[in-house]
Design a protein. Structure first.
Length: 227
């Protein structure tokens, strides 16, 4: 027996625990695939959560911007309607009043000249058109709008959600006959309600935001009524 054999005999056979550790040191192909699948699903879930969070934040930002812009437009509408007055040709302050179309007279740009103002809905926008009277005597207002601009965008009022509602002098005591039917008799109008539904992204937004405002026509409080 040589020296090497004596050493091997003295050390004895390998321990079972060491043999088991060496056999379990590697990862099988199935285990590797399962780990990759779990990691992939985790990344996909996190990505979807991030995308939804980003979309939600983007919608909130867009809604905030649209609501602010529409609010400014509504304030302008309230100001113009409140200042309705007799036309420079002697016409009654209100020319016509329908669900989504309102025509009246006021000094739109505060230049001392009374313009004919036309506020209406068109393709999801609230438009304002106005026409100055002729300079001759007697003064007249040519047909059509001379200048048109946008007051509000992202407006999604449905067919039954009108832009304008009109009330007579008996409101709020008389709710049975208010708001008045449209096209309204212009001499009956004393109060106008503006109703806008705002939605910057019609296809993705869960709900629209409703904006309402009542405006009283100052110059019609004691105005001689048309017979």
């Amino acid at each position: 027996m040589n020296i090497a054999d004596k050493k091997n005999k003295k050390l004895g056979p390998p321990r079972l625990a060491e043999t088991a550790c060496r056999s379990e040191a590697g990862m099988t192909l199935i285990e590797a695939l399962l780990a990759i699948m779990i990691f992939t699903f985790g990344i996909l879930g996190f990505s979807q959560l991030f995308v939804r969070s980003w979309q939600s934040n983007q919608y909130s930002y867009e809604m905030g911007q649209s609501t602010f812009a529409v609010s400014q437009g509504v304030n302008k509408m309230v100001d113009y309607i409140r200042r309705a007055r007799q036309g420079d040709d002697g016409a009654y302050p209100i020319k016509s009043a329908d669900n989504d179309d309102f025509v009246f007279f006021c000094d739109y740009d505060k230049d001392g000249i009374t313009e004919r103002v036309h506020i209406y809905k068109s393709n999801g926008k609230i438009m304002l058109g106005y026409r100055k009277p002729t300079t001759g005597i007697p003064k007249t207002y040519p047909t059509g709008d001379q200048t048109t601009l946008i007051l509000a965008e992202s407006v999604v009022n449905g067919a039954s959600d009108h832009i304008f509602y009109y009330y007579n002098k008996d409101y709020p005591g008389d709710v049975a006959h208010n708001p008045v039917s449209t096209p309204a008799v212009v001499a009956d109008i004393r109060l106008v309600k503006i109703n806008l539904q705002v939605d910057p992204n019609v296809n993705k937004a869960p709900d629209s935001v409703q904006m309402e405002s009542f405006v009283e026509l100052r110059n019609l409080n004691d105005y001689d009524r048309i017979k």
